[in-house]
Design a protein around this ligand. Structure first.
Ligand code: ATR
Length: 291
């Protein structure tokens, strides 16, 4: 069978790749190649298995071969930083890079987990200046969320099972707090309940509700959501967590982790090409690859 997408690769095609170890599970080639085809842009994107100790050699390689840029997944998101010429404010704040572009001979790293989250909130009408936002969880994914929320919210309250980790998160992001008020509380019904009354946004950054634990919900039992409080969940498997279902049932705006996963790809595409990709083409390719 002829793969028609391969027929468009020529001597002028610009190369991009994701580096990871392991990397064979990555769906980034599927979504990016679909977007390049849909846009008629002359790029191709591969998944390359780069061992942790070889990241510097791999980066030297793409520089020598004039790649347009590259993507990083575990375990390279931090170790790549000293190999780059410049970081965006997002990448600096989060201390991790997932997307790199070459511009005028300089290799610039950004973090589209953060910008993709902001993009998705904006599209869902949940990026509201001066809002009060609640976050559940204080792990790795919470860094990007706290950084982005601090740019738009007047107040962020972080709820975590282990309170000391929420306090550590605030300490390490303190230089990026701006004018936003931060506090941390234990993740319990009694502490969250009163704040759900007047919050505009609730973001789940915990792993509670993730496949195969789909029946679980990070919000303690007995709490109800209001239609005025939008909900964003970073979990993308399942695409509709119990928390997202609760938000929809309450008539609230809801943004699933599945769309956020796509938006980090949308922002990477734009970072490389300067144009917005066809979101529906990316989404259809991702859905087909997962089915
Ligand atoms: P990631 O990098 O995906 O954010 P992580 O760093 O392991 O993952 O963080 C997982 C988050 O989910 C943490 O905030 C964790 O709470 P603790 O700091 O108390 O460990 C939270 N989490 C995981 N399982 C949980 C559970 N059963 N109940 C409440 N919170 C949970």
């Amino acid at each position: 069978m002829v793969n028609r997408d391969l027929l468009r690769i020529s001597g002028t095609t610009k190369a991009l790749a994701i580096f990871g170890h392991p990397v064979s599970h990555s769906l980034s080639p599927v979504i990016h190649n679909a977007a390049f085809s849909a846009a008629g842009l002359d790029y191709c994107y591969l998944a390359l298995d780069v061992f942790p100790e070889d990241i510097a050699k791999a980066v030297d390689g793409v520089k020598a071969m004039h790649f347009a840029g590259f993507t990083l997944t575990a375990p390279h998101k931090q170790t790549v930083i000293p190999l780059l010429d410049e970081l965006t404010p997002e990448a600096q704040a989060i201390g991790a890079v997932n997307t790199v572009v070459e511009k005028d001979g300089r290799w610039i790293g950004t973090n589209t987990d953060a910008t993709g989250f902001r993009h998705q909130l904006q599209l869902a009408g949940m990026y509201r200046k001066g809002m009060k936002a609640l976050m559940l969880g204080s792990g790795g994914a919470a860094r990007a969320v706290l950084y982005i929320l601090s740019q738009v919210a007047s107040e962020v309250i972080i709820f975590n099972r282990t309170l000391s980790k929420a306090e550590q998160l605030m300490e390490s992001l303190a230089p990026f707090q701006g004018n936003c008020k931060w506090s941390a509380l234990p993740l319990e019904k009694a502490t969250i309940g009163p704040h759900l009354e007047d919050a505009s946004l609730l973001v789940n950054t915990t792993s509670v509700g993730m496949h195969p634990d789909e029946a679980s919900c990070p919000l303690p039992e007995g709490l109800a959501l209001r239609s005025s409080c939008g909900v964003a969940d970073l979990i993308y498997s399942p695409p509709k967590t119990r928390l997202i279902q609760m938000a929809e049932a309450a008539g609230a705006k809801a943004a699933s982790g599945f769309d956020m996963l796509l938006y980090q790809g949308v922002d990477a595409f734009t970072f490389w090409t300067g144009v917005e990709p066809d979101f529906e083409a990316m989404k259809a390719a991702l859905q087909k690859a997962r089915s």
